[in-house]
Ligand binder design. Structure first.
Ligand SMILES: Cc1ncc(COP(=O)(O)O)c(C=O)c1O
Length: 390
């Protein structure tokens, strides 16, 4: 990798985005240079080269997820995948006034899409979560109505690392013949999840969350729990079985394929290593400051690379100044420009002042032991200073 300029902070925001893995960059290089063909060009070698690269990438992604290569629809990322999954179903079922069930800590790329579904007659139930950010299976069962067509519940939360009980949710969907969509942007490449054993019909993923490029993602489309049609939300071409028209982003697709292949090889050890970092950070901070609150489930039961901490009586400005050597997020990176407390923390019952005094650390593949030590030192110093002055 290119050496880091000295002035750059330690990168602790891997839930927002990840750097390209060198293996991904190498795989993409030819498709950014000489192999620039359009995968839809069927009459010459440039097109054939692109087609065969896209075919290989489909197999790499399918291998990681345990689905069929033919189930994958390329998109521009998880936001678009969520839009296609939800609005695609709503548009197909609009005559039936479809009912959707989702939950309060979903990414806005699910919550706002469900809301937009109202324009096509859809009605959404947003399930509450408990203090750890988890839904209740009982609530889910009770929310099912005769016109419910779809359940959209994420695998792992980007802010607080809560892992929803997707296997159980999928089974309920199967029992009731409901379409099950899951936003897996944060869990693909971290966990071995096998779509053979999780009957999800629609699964969203994103390249840049697993050391692949930005601007590429996929939606896995399988009609497992019931036969259903998905209507496109973009028009103007036959690509991706007419579900997602437009010239394929071949270099991005190759990058996502390579990222999945690398993840399949390294993710188990990587998650073990990151979980050990997680435990070390939490143990050290709690030993000195027991009042520090971990948002989301306890270590061992949460996303392996995520730590979300709230500090009672602390102001966000204390953190911004003293932790300036660390690239972290104070809420969801996707909406951190807004001063509003995060909707995820609010849904979990965290007060506005505590939500504002929240630090999200997202560790990743290239995070080192010594970076973790520096982060611990800086956070400890920040807390000592802040609490000493109170
Ligand atoms: C859970 C989740 N879903 C969706 C997205 C949006 O993904 P993308 O940036 O690929 O559109 C993110 C990104 O933060 C995410 O964490």
């Amino acid at each position: 990798m290119t050496p880091k300029p000295l002035s750059l902070p330690i990168y602790m925001d891997h839930n927002a985005t990840t750097p390209l893995d060198p293996s991904v960059r190498e795989a993409m290089r030819p498709y950014l240079e000489d192999s620039f063909g359009n995968a839809s060009s069927a009459s010459h070698a440039y097109g054939w080269q692109a087609q065969s690269a896209v075919k290989k990438a489909r197999e790499q992604v399918a291998h990681l997820l345990g689905c069929r290569a033919g189930d994958i629809v390329w998109t521009s990322g998880a936001t678009e995948s969520n839009n296609l999954a939800i609005l695609g179903v709503v548009r197909a079922y609009c005559k039936e006034k479809p009912h959707i069930i989702t939950q309060a800590t979903e990414h806005k790329a699910v919550l706002e899409v469900c809301e937009a579904g109202g324009d096509w007659g859809a009605d959404t139930t947003v399930l509450p979560v408990n203090a750890e950010g988890l839904i209740s299976i009982d609530d889910l069962r009770k929310a099912i109505r005769p016109n419910t067509v779809m359940v959209s519940i994420m695998m792992a939360n980007n802010e607080v690392g809560a892992l929803q009980p997707v296997e159980e949710i999928a089974k309920i969907c199967r029992e009731h013949k409901l379409i099950f969509h899951t936003d897996a942007a944060q869990s693909v490449g971290k966990y071995k999840f096998d779509l053979h054993s999780i009957p999800a019909d629609l699964v969203s993923l994103s390249g840049h969350k697993l050391y692949g490029p930005k601007g590429i993602g996929a939606l896995v489309v399988r009609a497992l729990n019931r036969e259903f049609t998905l209507k496109p939300i973009l028009f103007g071409g036959d690509q991706e079985k007419k579900l997602r028209p437009g010239t394929l982003n071949v270099s991005g697709i190759v990058g996502l394929g390579a990222a999945c292949e690398t993840a399949a090889q390294v993710m188990q050890d990587e998650c073990t290593r990151l979980q050990a970092f997680q435990t070390r950070v939490l143990k050290t901070l709690r030993a000195r400051f027991p009042q520090v609150k971990l948002n989301g489930p306890p270590e061992g039961q949460r996303l392996c690379n995520n730590i979300s901490l709230s500090f009672p009586d602390l102001h966000a400005d204390d953190m911004a100044l003293d932790l300036s050597g660390i690239a972290f997020s104070s809420g969801s990176a996707c909406n951190s420009a807004s001063a509003k407390p995060s909707h995820v923390l609010k849904a979990m019952g965290v007060s506005d002042p505590m939500a504002r005094a929240t630090l999200r650390l997202g560790m990743g593949r290239f995070t080192t032991e010594s970076e973790v030590s520096t982060v611990i030192d800086k956070v400890l110093k920040m807390l000592e200073k802040a609490y000493a002055s109170r």
